[in-house]
Each structure stands twice: as C-alpha cells, then as structure tokens.
Write a protein that binds this ligand. Structure first.
Ligand code: SF4
Length: 493
C-alpha cells in the first residue's frame, strides 16, 4: 500500500453526468434525500480496488508533483479508502472546494433555505467517518475551500494536521516528506503562486476531462481569490500532454479564469495564441467546452468568438450551444470602481453595463450561453447600486442565459468585511432576486431541451419539474417583486 494517499470530497469525485456545471448542485441545500442526490445528480467516479480512475485537476497536479519527487502515492476513492490505506500509509491529502458550505453559492442558498449544503454534509462524512485515525497518519487539506478550515478550533474538531492555502505544488513535497518521516507539520501553510515551469502536467485523467490551460487572472477584483495570482499560461506541449491523458474521458473542459486571454501578456486577448490552443483542441477530435470567459474579453475580441465557434462547430445539431461561466457581479459602475476596477479593462467602469449587454449580443450570435454570477451585499452597496443591477438584468431578458445572484462572502482583500446573509435582504435585493429567477425560468426549459437533445424522457422530466417549481414559486415571486420577503419571519426560511 502507498505511503501517501490523496483523495477529494465526494462532491469533487463525480462527473455530474458529464456536465461539470451541474456540479453547482453540490452547493445546494439538502432538499433531496442524500442517497437520491448521490445517485441521480452526483454519481461517483469509478474506481479500481479503491483507486479513483478520475480525480479533480487540483488533486492530479499534486499527485504529479509527488510522483515526480519519487513518492509512492495514489489517488483513493473517498468511499473506498480502506482498500488503499494501510499501516504503511503515513499521510492523507484531501482536496476540498467548500468543506463547511461557506462559499458564495452555498452560503447564499443555505442562508435562504435554512438548510446545510451537500458540500458540507459530504466533507463532514469524509473527514469524520472515512479518514483513518492513527497517531502516525497525518491529514493535510488543501484546495479552493481550504480557507474555511484554517482555524485551530475547526482543525482540532476534524483532526486536521495541516491546511494548505493557495496553490500547493511548491509546498506539497516538503510537507508530505515531513509527514512520511513522522515529523510535526506546521498547522497552516500558504502556498503559491507556482512558477510556470513548476506546474506539472497531470499523469492520470481528470473528472470531466478538465485541462488547465492557464492559472490566475490578474484583473484584481478585491473579493476574488485568484486575484492574488498573476496570469500564467501553460505551454502547448503540456496542454497536449494533458489532453492525451484525458483521451479516455472522451471529452474536454478547457479551464482558465478567462480562456480568451490564454497566452496574453496584457489585458487584451492575443488571437493567434488562443487560436493555436483551440487548433490543438480541435485536433483531438473530442467534444470540448470551456470553463470561464470574461465579458470584457468578448467585447475586445469578437472575431475570436466567431473563429472558435466555426472551428468547434458550435451551433450545429451535434453541438447546439456552448455554455460558459462568466461574472457580471454588478450593474453599478460605482461598485465596479470601488471593488473591481480591473474587471472592465480595457473599458471604463461607467461602460460596464454596455459591455455586458454587447457581450451577450456577440455570444448569442454565436450560440454561446453565459451562466453569470451577481454579487449582492458588496461593502458600501447602496439601494441605487442594486437597482442599477436589476436594470441590467432586465436588459438581458432577450438573451438565452442564466443569472445566479450570490451573497457577498468576505474573501481575499475584503476578508475583514462581514458575510451578507438572507437577513440582510432589503426591498431592492428581493426585487433583484425575483428578476433573476424570472430570467432563469424563461430560459431553463430551452437550455434543457438543447442539453438533453438525445433523451426525450430527460427533456420531459426537466419540463415537468420546471413547471412544477415555477407554479409553486409564483406567489413568492410576486411578493419578491413587490420588494417583500417571501418568508414568514421576513428573512430566511
Ligand atoms: S475577473 Fe473574475 S477571476 Fe478575475 S479577479 Fe475578477 S472575479 Fe476573479
């Protein structure tokens, strides 16, 4: 058995039926019984004798670094760890995205509904029931959500020896070496940013064929964690290698904070480099999607959207649309100026609403469908700011898209501020929330029809479910549109 076992919480160890975006479901409060959630929405990745056949990209990167450093390491399936851990094992490394349900999506939905999220439930199950406890077995936790655990009380409760914040590649070898030697570990370690040449190519396939093509962002939004990292684009040789490793998955998700700025040296997309990347993607012959794109990049380089569309055959019967995650965050230029000045570049903060509308038009013309986030409760937010955002949402009505309003979570440069919760919702917030729900209900059936183009039953099920939820929610929506809380106590459920 290996000396080091890596794993990830159950929410990260699922391909969500081939759609990584359905992974948002892990941030939902527990409304469906957990066994049904696991079976239908979050089926587990397959394993062979406890070794996970697919794993999150972050876990695979740490695995690659440790293998290159000569460690005996495997990635274990979180529900079959007893098959890969024995008395020889000295360290377990866990990747987690949202261990306590405090991330922006989770805290929004759980605060509104008043129930714990699947992400928190599944992490607790992993750390309290599935991780073996021995004096000589160290538990190290990292990943996007590790910040939620970086407190001595929480670490003691869950028996965590070390929390790694930020990127792990440069600190992991030394930490795991210490753990293997039985030496004490520092409780909290700040990692990264990893220099480009030290970001390894993965050795084994990722969940949903995720291939990281660039890391960091550099636009500098004050509430965003990648803010602290500069943009690094991986060389094409490494990307080719990761696509080759993922051939077994059969499809790819090209991941970066803004795929259109792959290879960019400044704020503007560099068309040649992005097209060289997509030529490589097209050569694999695999179906591909991208994770994130920025509105400002779309408007800066509309021809790039057109070229990628043509190259990947987007808008055809086989690939009717192309979903991308994007960030609107606000419709208020003054909040942009205060907290996310770089987000709009090369455009000015006052141009932001126009940039968002124009980008939607460009994307719609090419069958790209944005799934965008908004942030409610940013520090210094006024009722006028929220109203500007609602006006922007109304202007987006005609564009096939989804808009997800999230509560502000104090992270990064704004970590000293307070969480926004359902109790802080005012008249203008309820109106904005209602506008987003109306928008999403308008488009979700059509998107489901395209997404489940090969399954009439699934299309029907989504249609029935959407109509059912919409009818049940209608009276609440009306209250929200009048600026009233739909909950009896005036705040959350
Ligand atoms: S543009 Fe997006 S990824 Fe970049 S810093 Fe802002 S919120 Fe973060």
């Amino acid at each position: 058995m290996p000396e080091v076992v890596l794993t990830a919480d159950r929410n990260l160890m699922s391909d969500y039926g081939g759609s990584v975006f359905v992974g948002f479901a892990a941030c939902a409060p527990k409304l469906l019984p957990d066994p049904l959630f696991r079976l239908f929405l979050c089926p587990p990745v397959p394993h062979r004798k406890g070794v996970a056949l697919f794993a999150p990209s972050g876990t695979r990167k740490i695995e690659a670094v440790l293998l290159e450093e000569g460690f005996d390491v495997v990635v274990g399936h979180p529900e079959h760890l007893e098959e890969v851990v024995d008395e020889r094992t000295r360290a377990i490394g866990i990747t987690t995205n949202d261990p306590l349900g405090l991330g922006p999506a989770s805290s929004t939905f759980s605060s509104l509904v008043g129930r714990e999220t699947y992400s928190a439930i599944h992490f607790r199950e992993l750390i309290t029931q599935r991780i073996f406890r021995r004096k000589d077995l160290k538990v190290i936790v990292g990943g996007q959500g590790a910040w939620q655990l970086a407190e001595s009380r929480v670490m003691a409760k869950y028996g965590i020896d070390c929390v790694v914040l930020g990127e792990g590649e440069t600190v992991a070898p030394e930490l795991f070496r210490k753990a293997v030697r039985g030496e004490p570990l520092p409780p909290i370690v700040q990692g990264g940013p990893t220099p480009l040449e030290k970001i390894p190519a993965i050795k084994n396939p990722t969940v949903d064929g995720i291939v990281e093509v660039a890391r960091g962002c550099g636009r500098g939004c004050k509430f965003c964690v990648p803010t602290q990292r500069y943009l690094r684009s991986l060389p094409l040789e490494k990307i080719r290698e990761e696509m080759r490793v993922n051939a077994v998955v059969g499809h790819l998700v090209i991941h970066a904070e803004d795929v259109l700025r792959y290879g960019a040296n400044g704020i503007l997309p560099e068309e040649e480099k992005v097209m060289a990347l997509f030529q490589e993607v097209a050569k694999t012959g695999m179906d591909a999607s991208v994770s994130h794109v920025a509105f400002a990049s779309v408007v800066s380089a509309p021809s790039l959207v057109q070229k990628i569309t043509e190259l990947l055959g987007i808008g055809t019967k086989q690939k009717p649309f192309f979903g991308v995650q994007m960030g609107i965050e606000t419709g208020s230029p003054s909040l942009i100026e205060k907290h996310m000045r770089g987000k709009t570049l090369p455009f000015k903060p006052e141009e932001w609403p126009e940039v968002v509308v124009k980008a939607h038009q460009i994307l719609a013309d090419h069958h790209w469908v944005p799934c965008s986030t908004l942030v409610m409760g940013l520090p210094g937010e006024t009722p006028e700011d929220v109203e500007r955002t609602r006006e922007l949402v109304e202007r987006l009505k005609e564009f096939k898209s989804l808009i997800v309003p999230l509560f502000f979570v104090p992270l990064s440069f704004l970590s000293g501020e307070r969480f926004f919760t359902a109790k802080d919702m005012r008249e203008e917030h309820w109106k904005l929330y209602a506008a987003c729900l109306r928008h999403d209900f308008k488009w979700i059936k059509e998107l489901a029809r395209d997404h489940f183009k090969d399954s009439r039953i699934k299309r029907m099920m989504v249609g029935i479910l959407t109509n059912f939820i919409r009818k049940r929610l209608e009276p609440y929506l009306k209250l929200m549109e009048e600026g009233k809380s739909p909950f009896r106590d005036g705040s959350s459920a």
